[in-house]
Write a new protein. Structure first.
Length: 251
């Protein structure tokens, strides 16, 4: 699939795309600050230097980063000594192929305020304790997965101090007495974002992802954005999410 370039995205969808991008920047800022990772903010991008295990994550904030910002983020990626490099370009406006990175396209989606679906029979709890947070972290690291954080070290990917961050919530699904899935949400003044919706392999095809999303939609009242994997898109389509555009992820 060819990504839709920024100049071809209609104005209304571009507004939604900027909301989704700002929300993603809020997530990565919170993770950088709670993990103790290097955080660099520029008008055109935000980057998080997560050492060898966390890798380097760069998120473009503008479809037209100026020459200085583009040169700086390119140099950050080029001189990376170790660990994975991921450049997320929601606008599909830059070409990182000269860095030896490979692109893939993922749909950025939004759901505008609407009645939440009926609750699922699967138990989903909003996380309130450090032990619950550690369970969410283990599920996401091993099930999403986050290969850079494997083998799993408690508190490395999802620090307990994240519970103290305003606007961040974690959800934990339980099936037949076993922890089965998890996700994280970030809410700012204008929009909420859903991240790392995860079902452990042994619980897949049992409605865990849908149960998590039902709980999220019940909890979050405004516009909600997410970036979908190919396998998850039919679920999000069925829940009323619309595709804004396709972002390009270079890795």
């Amino acid at each position: 699939m060819t990504a839709e370039p920024a100049h071809a995205v209609p104005a209304m969808r571009m507004t939604s795309l900027h909301l989704a991008t700002r929300n993603a920047a809020a997530l990565w800022t919170a993770l950088a600050e709670t993990r103790g990772h290097g955080l660099l903010r520029r008008p055109g991008f935000v980057s998080v230097d997560g050492t060898e295990r966390g890798g380097l994550r760069i998120l473009l904030l503008s479809p037209e980063p100026d020459a200085d910002d583009l040169a700086e983020l390119t140099e950050l990626a080029r001189r990376r000594p170790a660990g994975q490099v991921v450049i997320e370009d929601p606008f599909s406006s830059v070409d990182m192929s000269d860095l030896g990175l490979t692109p893939r396209q993922l749909p950025v989606m939004i759901r505008h305020p609407a009645p939440a679906p009926a609750p699922s029979t699967v138990q989903v709890d909003r996380v309130e304790t450090g032990d619950q947070l550690e369970t969410v972290e283990r599920i996401v690291v091993n099930g999403f997965p986050l290969p850079g954080f494997q083998p799993y070290h408690p508190g490395e990917a999802v620090p307990r101090s994240l519970l103290e961050r305003q606007g961040i919530d974690l959800f934990l699904a339980t099936r037949d007495g076993a922890h089965a899935g998890a996700c994280i949400t970030v809410t700012d003044a204008a929009v909420s974002g859903v991240y790392w919706v995860t079902t452990l392999p042994e619980h897949r095809s049992r409605g865990i992802g849908r149960a998590l999303m039902h709980a999220v939609l019940e909890h979050l009242k405004g516009p909600i954005t997410l970036t979908s994997a190919t396998a998850g898109k039919p679920l999000y389509d069925s829940l009323g999410f619309d595709t804004i555009t396709h972002a390009t992820w270079w890795a």
